[in-house]
Ligand binder design. Structure first.
Ligand code: SF4
Length: 192
């Protein structure tokens, strides 16, 4: 029997609540464990993600996987789930428009309701400004945890930005190490 997240994915597959639904190749709903307590949220699918139907599978995805592996996490494991603010690719990899993000947020809210994550890591400005604070500045506030409604939120660099600006990779690694420390503090490392 499909779990609740798979049922939600099936419902989302028919979504045309914003114009991005008309231009996508595939829905990019999310990937990971339905029991994950750490949720990563990016801004939206790129070209490869749109073609394959999975978030973070291009070059930036390879970099994300590398950072995950450095703190003993992986997208196939039990501890994490990866999603985006918008589930369909914005044309030419532009930023999602505010109204597109707004239209898509109910799907993410339902994913959060099902997962009940203890930690949400925002990958990049768009996700951090939507989920943490509208004036979030990644360069200034990355790696800092703040608690909202029982969930610890942290923003860090989008992997695609790290590919463009390699000088920030050291800071990003420190953020992932801070994530590992927060998971240990919340006893999330031993849970299934
Ligand atoms: S981006 Fe979100 S709201 Fe827009 S069509 Fe896709 S699933 Fe629906």
């Amino acid at each position: 029997m499909p779990d609740a997240m798979e049922l939600l994915r099936a419902q989302c597959a028919g979504c045309r609540n914003c114009p991005l639904g008309n231009t996508r190749t595939n829905l990019v709903f999310g990937v990971g464990s339905p029991t994950a307590k750490v949720l990563f949220v990016g801004e939206g699918p790129g070209e490869q993600e749109d073609l394959q139907g999975e978030p973070f599978v291009g070059k930036s995805g390879q970099l994300l996987d590398k950072y995950l592996s450095l703190i003993d996490l992986d997208r196939g494991g039990s501890k994490i789930y990866i999603a985006n603010i918008v589930k369909c690719r914005p044309p030419h990899n532009r930023d999602p428009q505010p109204e597109e993000s707004e239209a898509c947020m109910p799907w993410l809210r339902q994913q959060v309701r099902l997962l009940r994550p203890r930690i949400i890591v925002c990958l990049g400005r768009i996700a951090a400004q939507r989920l943490i604070s509208p004036d979030f500045r990644v360069t200034r506030e990355h790696g800092q945890f703040r608690e909202k409604g029982g969930i610890w939120l942290m923003g860090t660099f989008h992997p695609a930005a790290l590919l463009r600006n390699t000088a920030q990779k050291k800071d990003a690694l420190a953020d992932f190490q801070a994530l590992r420390d927060k998971m240990a503090q919340l006893n999330l490392l031993d849970e299934i």
